[in-house]
Design a protein around this ligand. Sequence first.
Ligand SMILES: Nc1ncnc2c1ncn2[C@@H]1O[C@H](COP(=O)(O)OP(=O)(O)OP(=O)(O)O)[C@@H](O)[C@H]1O
Length: 361
Amino acid sequence: MQAAEIDIVSVTKKYGSATAVDGISLKIPAGAYCCLLGPSGCGKSSTLRMIAGHETISDGDIRLGGKVVTDFPPARRSTAMMFQSYALFPHMDLIDNVAFSLKMKGVEKGERRARALEMLKLMQMEAYATRRPAQLSGGQQQRVALARALITDPEALLLDEPLSALDPFLKIRMRAELKRLQKSLGITFVHVTHSQDEAMALADLIVVMNDGRIEQAAAPREVFERPATAFVARFMGDHNVVSGRVTGHGDGLVTFEVPGGQTLVASGRAMEAGRAVDVGIRTDRVRIGAAESQGFGFTAIVSNIEYQGASVKLSVTGAGIEDFTVITDDAAFFASPVIVGEAIPLSWAAGDASILGALDS
Ligand SMILES: Nc1ncnc2c1ncn2[C@@H]1O[C@H](COP(=O)(O)OP(=O)(O)OP(=O)(O)O)[C@@H](O)[C@H]1O
């Protein structure tokens, strides 16, 4: 199969006067596994449907494999879409379900059935070829839906929350299957999800969306290690976001004051005093113990402790700092446990607190 690059150029989607997608631009390389990630209502499904041609584009253009397809109907785009509900026909057996789009194209019966069987084989479902969808498990239905989408030989497969109907165990298994399938077919996958874990596990490119815009588009590790904005840091989880005002800078470090009056230090480029900043601090990089130098920690009051097996999660507050989380490994915690209500010193290394959004400059 051939893979297509997807180029979204200043695309806007309006429903009446409401803007669902607000002038986004994004290049998805051919053969990439791209996850559109974000909270409910951020515009991920609208973006996917515009790529598929199931939704008109209010402004801007979409190019697939270098060709402008903005006004093309779905069937002319070399894309295939797999829906959340799988949308299988209940009265047809699996072969007819999978062969359906070939029938629409006028492919002769013998050939379309042979190709459908081949697709079912690819998905290891040939033994069930004459069953109906209701006689299958959720995971099996998903494989059939995939076979049905792939039979048209698409250059890009578009998946809208493909794992959301599955139980947690199956979800993780099917997620591995999706990844394997994408690598073996080599075509571009665009997968809509609101799950950070799912996006981190699958994607080569994560696109974090918020309120119709793209907050960050980067490799999973980049998004996790260097969130571009406070929104991304909060949404990906595992980061504390502390807000304050800049009081000074020097040597790649910025000092800032939080509302409670204490001064902390973060890495970041020079910026003028008085500017409001958000600083990200990874929850797993904070340790219990006094800071070696001023500004790389604070005194916190423990408000909650959750045992999580391999780790322990502490919720704490400090002067001007609310909702701060510390993830510590279980051995370190139980070697010298703390209790709710206790005042404890917290600290982190110089590179572990960074000004969000100023990391690339
Ligand atoms: N057909 C429609 N008519 C009017 N408004 C719509 C339509 N489809 C979506 N919207 C609105 O556009 C915005 C973006 O919706 P969209 O479905 O793209 O978001 P999403 O990120 O995929 O959300 P979810 O995860 O809940 O599916 C929402 O505010 C939604 O209510």
